[in-house]
Write a protein that binds this ligand. Sequence first.
Ligand code: NAI
Ligand code: 15L
Length: 268
Amino acid sequence: PAPRTVLLTGAAGGLGTLMRDLLPAYGYDLRLLDLRPVEGEPDAITADLADRDAVREAVRGVDAILHLAGISLEAPFEKILKANIEGTYHLYEAAREEGVGRIVFASSNHAVGYTPRPRGDDPLIPVDTPRRPDTFYGLSKCFGEDLAQLYWDRHGLETVSVRIGSCFPEPTSVRMLSVWMSPADGARLFHAALTAEHVGHTVVHGSSANTRLWWDLGTARALGYEPQDDSEPYAEKLIAEQGELQDGNEAHAYLGGQFVTDPPVWPY
Ligand code: NAI
Ligand code: 15L
């Protein structure tokens, strides 16, 4: 049966806030969790993924988990280790112990950020392209994907790992014309990932059907995802302001963009 009660981790974050708005229309009853209080949501669980007892209690009784919580930018390894690596492990252990059948994991393009972006007639990047993390952050997403594979093979716990491009209300850079996922398409993709049958561990790229797309959406479409948006209407203005991506510019050379040259750092 389709999941109804879904634990949303990272509910106070940017993507969590967008999904709190959009996912209830698909019929989900969301249980919210974050390290920080979730504004306007007095019932949200305020807990750190480091707290195994709190995590176990939070997953008890849910049908599925949408796992967005964690450090979403670059940080010192010790911080990434605690929040993203150990935190994700705690969530998977809790899900296994409580018999939760599926997790949708917010992976990232930065798991493969050092992959050269396609140019000209180059083929789109497939989901089985070799891992090439661009940061400790990207490395933690590689760990999460491998953890998901282990829990599927060993315990039968299903995951869809979504290598999200950039999910924000609008694209704000020329790179984002290629990697943007509109919030509405994000909700469509997460819904498909929560409801498709027999996903085992499936890795998908997460973006809209952008004209300038860099990667293959085949595995996402196979889940039933039908993207409705395209960044192209924003192209003229962004290119007029910022110029086209340049061949000799290292920050324009790889999927990970600026994370390769000058990664934005987690502020906390
Ligand atoms: P965000 O930084 O706005 O939100 C992350 C949330 O996780 C924050 O509210 C934070 O308080 C919470 N959090 C951090 N450590 C925690 C811990 N130890 N325990 C409990 N909660 C904790 O990030 P955003 O943009 O909302 O991204 C959500 C997820 O999607 C992240 O995992 C990120 O890596 C991933 N992602 C997002 C992309 C995007 O375009 N927004 C692109 C690729 C991946
Ligand atoms: C990510 O993984 C980050 O969490 C998000 O803040 C954006 O920087 C995004 O990637 C991106 O590549 O644009």
